[in-house]
Design a protein around this ligand. Sequence first.
Ligand SMILES: [Fe+2]
Ligand SMILES: [Fe+2]
Length: 332
Amino acid sequence: MYGNDLSPTASPVTRNDDNLEDDTDFQATIDSAGRIEPRDAMPEAYRNNLIRQIAQHAHSEIIGMQPEGNWISRAPSLKRKAILMAKVQDEAGHGLYLYAAAETLGADRADLLDMLHTGRQKYSSIFNYPTLTWADMGAIGWLVDGAAIVNQVPLCRCSYGPYARAMVRVCKEESFHQRQGFEILHTLSNGTPAQHAMAQDAVDRWWWPSLMMFGPPDEASPNTERSMRWGVKRFSNDELRQRFVDMTVPQAEALGLTLPDPELRWNAESEHWDFGEIDFTELFEVIKGNGPCNAQRMAHRRRAHDEGAWVREAASAYAAKRAADDPVQAVA
Ligand SMILES: [Fe+2]
Ligand SMILES: [Fe+2]
């Protein structure tokens, strides 16, 4: 789907936009809510910034399969197992759309994966926390996928066409993920006292890391202004975080669970929920690689990549054979 606009003779990689002296057309397109497409001229900084963002997003999708994949064999029923498998498979699909979107900007997927494996590119810090009980599947779906939706819905209007289009489908699937998480917690919360306690414990552990998913506070987020000018970002980190809190507090009430923040209270003046201070030192430590599961996640990812080498080689051999048999078909 994303590769359709590319051909061997007109790859965006071969074009040099370093000296795009006049980016008036580019900015005018963005200012009129138009889309930038792969073959359009764009400043190199815009291209590089998008590659980095989309790659980080793609890496997050595939690393995010690990904490939940861990529970597929331990799901409490066949129905729960089937739903969880479908969800984890969706995340692999999200990674696929996003790597493909990055490729339309001239990035090489193998290079991006290499940057992940060598620690030169990051993934969302949320996936460096462990999943200790079945209730964590509920808390991840409800809170982590819920935060992802709040972050990603505005990206459906992102200025770069392939990224925006990928987000439309991703967001539909994320909303299924969020509801399945809510439903797991709802069942547990209304179950035995032990099940209710398990649900509460999971929410207690995932609440603050979920708020950190929106990134550092606005005053410590220097690239936000530029991303907004480029139409990549539509709302600041703090705006999105507030939107998530406002959306989630009533849902917690419906679940019969509490959120672990004694300072959480409705502010009638601002018409938003006030919340306590976030410990961003924890976020920065996890980003630096010192979260509870960073080393485990990376080791597993590298191992999975190595074990999949034969699949990539077989696919390349098949593509080469197809190209030799029928060059016209292979390009199309
Ligand atoms: Fe996803
Ligand atoms: Fe998801």
